[in-house]
Design a protein around this ligand. Structure first.
Ligand SMILES: [Zn+2]
Length: 498
C-alpha cells in the first residue's frame, strides 16, 4: 500500500544552473598570457609564473575582463555595485597550481538580474542570483576515457587563468528543456555583447543542481517555499559542456531521482559527473560544503572600484529588442525576424542588404535562400561576411529582372558558395541572362517541330500538352526565358498552326 502511494506521488523537478562562460579577452585575467590557443600548441606553453602559480608571482587584473563582466551585468539587468573584491577559494586539485582559485565571494561584480526566454512557445523568466569573475583552472585529460576508469590524468595549464564568468540562477527551472532553452538564450545575449565565442572549445561549462519536490509544493506561479527547497536533497551535476548535454544530463538525473523516491529510497546529497559518452551521471564524491573552501580575501588584489567607469560602458541592442525592431521597422513576420536575428552577424548582414532593396525581398534572400544554403553546407554567415557586395549584386540581378529567381537560387547562389565565383562570372559562364523574345520564338518553333504528338494532343483539347511544350521551351532556353512569355508565344503560335 505504501509502495503504491509512493509510486503514484506527483513529483516535480527543481533545477538551478551555474553557468561558467569564458570571456573573450586577448589576455588572461591576471597575467599577459594569450587566451587564444594556437593550432596544435604543446601543453603548458602558453603560461607564465602567474598562471602557473609560482611563488612570489603577483596577479594584475585585466581591465578588459571587468569591462566584459559589466556588459553582461547590464544585459541581465543586474545591479553593479560601486566596489567589488576578490577572494581565494581553497581546494587541492591538480587543475589548480596555486591550490586556490581567485574568485569572488561576498561582493560579486553583478548582483541579481533576470533573463527572459521562451520554451515550447511559452514565455519564461528566470532570476539571476549573481554573476562573478574568476580564473579558469587548467584542463585535465583522463587517459583512457572517463574520470572513474582512467589509468592516469594529464594536466595542461594553457587554459589556466582564462577569464571566466560564473552566472548563477535561482532554482527557477522546472524541466531539462527549460534549462536548454535558457542556455541558448544566454549564449545568444553573450554573443551579441561580443564577450563570448561559442565556437571556442570549452567556452561554456555548466554545473546544475537538481532536486525533487512534491508537485503540490509548487505554487501556481511556479514558486516553491524556501523551507521545501532546503529540505530536499539535491545533487550537483558537473561536466556539462553543451546546451544539449545539459538537457540530457538533467533529464537523466530527474528520472534517476524520481525513481529512487518512488521506490522509497532517499536521494543522496552529492556531486555527480555527467558522462556524455555513456549518457549517465555517476557519483563523484560527497559534496563539499562552502566552509570547506575556506574563502578569504585575496590580499594581492586591491578592491575593485567600477563607479564612474561602469556608466561609460555601452551595450549594443540585444536580440529581443532587435527582433521587435525588425518586425516594426521592416514589417517582417515573427519567423523571419527570429531567423534574421539568430546571431548579431546575421542581423548585421541583413540590415546592410535591406539598405539597398525592399526589406521583404532582402529578408527572403537572407533568411530563406542564403541561410538555408549555408546551413546545408555546414557554413555560417561569418564565412561569407566578406562577400556582402557579391550577394548585393546577386539580388540586384534578380530585382532588375536580368536573371530569373529560379536561376538565381538554384544555379548562381549555389555556385557562388561552392566555387567562390562572383554572380556576374556565373551568369556569363551559364549564359543565364534572360533570353530575348527572338530566342524564345526560335525555341518555340523547335519545340513544335520536334513534338508533333503533343501539338495534336493540344488541338484535341488535352490540357497537359501545353505544359509539356512550355517545359520543352524552358529546357531549350536553359530556364532563362520568362515562363509567361513562353506561354503566350506558344499559345499564339499553336493557334496559327491550327
Ligand atoms: Zn600567464
Amino acid at each position: 500500500m505504501t509502495a503504491q502511494t509512493a509510486e503514484s506521488r506527483d513529483l516535480a523537478a527543481v533545477i538551478g544552473l551555474e553557468v561558467h562562460v569564458q570571456l573573450e579577452t586577448e589576455t588572461k585575467i591576471f597575467c599577459g598570457c594569450s587566451t587564444t590557443a594556437e593550432e596544435d600548441e604543446a601543453p603548458n606553453t602558453r603560461t607564465c609564473p602567474v598562471c602557473l602559480g609560482l611563488p612570489g608571482a603577483l596577479p594584475v587584473l585585466n581591465e578588459g575582463a571587468v569591462e566584459a563582466a559589466v556588459k553582461v551585468g547590464k544585459a541581465l539587468g543586474s545591479e553593479i555595485p560601486e566596489q567589488t573584491r576578490f577572494h581565494r577559494k581553497n581546494y587541492y586539485y591538480p587543475d589548480l597550481p596555486k591550490n586556490f582559485q581567485i574568485t569572488q565571494y561576498d561582493a560579486p561584480v553583478c548582483d541579481g538580474g533576470e533573463l527572459d526566454f521562451s520554451v515550447a512557445g511559452e514565455h519564461r523568466t528566470v532570476r539571476i542570483e549573481r554573476a562573478h569573475l574568476e580564473e579558469d583552472p587548467g584542463s585535465l585529460t583522463h587517459a583512457g576515457g572517463s574520470i572513474d576508469t582512467a589509468d592516469y590524468t594529464l594536466v595542461d595549464y594553457n587554459r589556466a587563468g582564462t577569464p571566466l564568468m560564473e552566472i548563477v540562477t535561482a532554482p527557477d527551472f522546472r524541466g531539462a528543456n527549460e534549462a536548454r532553452a535558457f542556455l541558448a538564450k544566454l549564449t545568444e545575449v553573450l554573443e551579441y555583447l561580443g564577450v563570448f565565442d561559442a565556437t571556442r572549445d570549452g567556452s561554456l561549462r555548466v554545473d546544475a543542481n537538481l532536486s525533487i519536490v512534491d508537485a503540490d509544493d509548487v505554487a501556481d506561479d511556479g514558486s516553491i517555499a524556501t523551507q521545501v527547497l532546503e529540505s530536499a536533497n539535491r545533487t550537483e551535476v558537473k561536466n556539462i559542456s553543451s546546451h544539449k548535454g545539459a538537457e540530457k544530463a538533467l533529464a537523466y538525473e530527474e528520472t534517476r531521482q524520481k525513481n529512487a523516491i518512488r521506490r522509497g529510497r532517499e536521494v543522496e546529497q552529492e556531486t555527480r559527473h555527467w558522462d556524455e559518452s555513456r549518457g549517465i551521471t555517476v557519483s563523484m564524491r560527497s559534496k563539499e560544503a562552502e566552509k570547506d573552501y575556506r574563502y578569504f580575501r585575496e590580499a594581492d588584489l586591491p578592491p575593485l572600484r567600477v563607479s564612474g567607469w561602469k556608466e561609460e560602458i555601452d551595450i549594443p541592442e540585444l536580440p529581443d529588442a532587435r527582433r521587435e525592431r525588425f518586425r516594426t521597422e521592416y514589417g517582417l513576420d515573427a519567423e523571419s525576424a527570429s531567423k534574421l536575428t539568430s546571431t548579431k552577424q546575421v542581423a548585421d548582414f541583413y540590415e546592410r542588404i535591406a539598405e539597398a532593396f525592399d526589406p521583404g525581398l532582402a529578408a527572403t534572400w537572407v533568411a530563406d535562400n542564403l541561410l538555408g544554403e549555408l546551413h546545408y553546407r555546414d557554413l555560417d554567415i561569418t564565412d561569407v561576411d566578406g562577400r556582402l557586395d557579391e550577394f548585393t549584386r546577386l539580388i540586384e540581378l534578380v530585382d532588375s529582372e536580368e536573371i530569373t529567381t529560379k536561376n538565381a537560387e538554384e544555379i548562381v547562389l549555389r555556385r557562388m558558395l561552392d566555387e567562390g565565383l562572383t554572380p556576374d562570372e556565373i551568369v556569363e559562364d551559364e549564359g543565364l541572362g534572360k533570353t530575348d523574345d527572338d530566342a524564345v520564338a526560335a525555341a518555340v518553333e523547335e519545340a513544335i517541330e520536334e513534338n508533333p504528338e503533343a501539338v495534336s494532343d493540344y488541338h484535341d483539347g488535352e490540357g497537359g500538352a501545353l505544359n509539356f511544350l512550355v517545359g520543352q521551351v524552358m529546357q531549350k532556353t536553359r530556364g532563362s526565358a520568362d515562363p509567361a512569355t513562353v506561354n503566350e508565344q506558344l499559345t499564339a503560335r499553336l493557334s496559327e498552326s491550327n
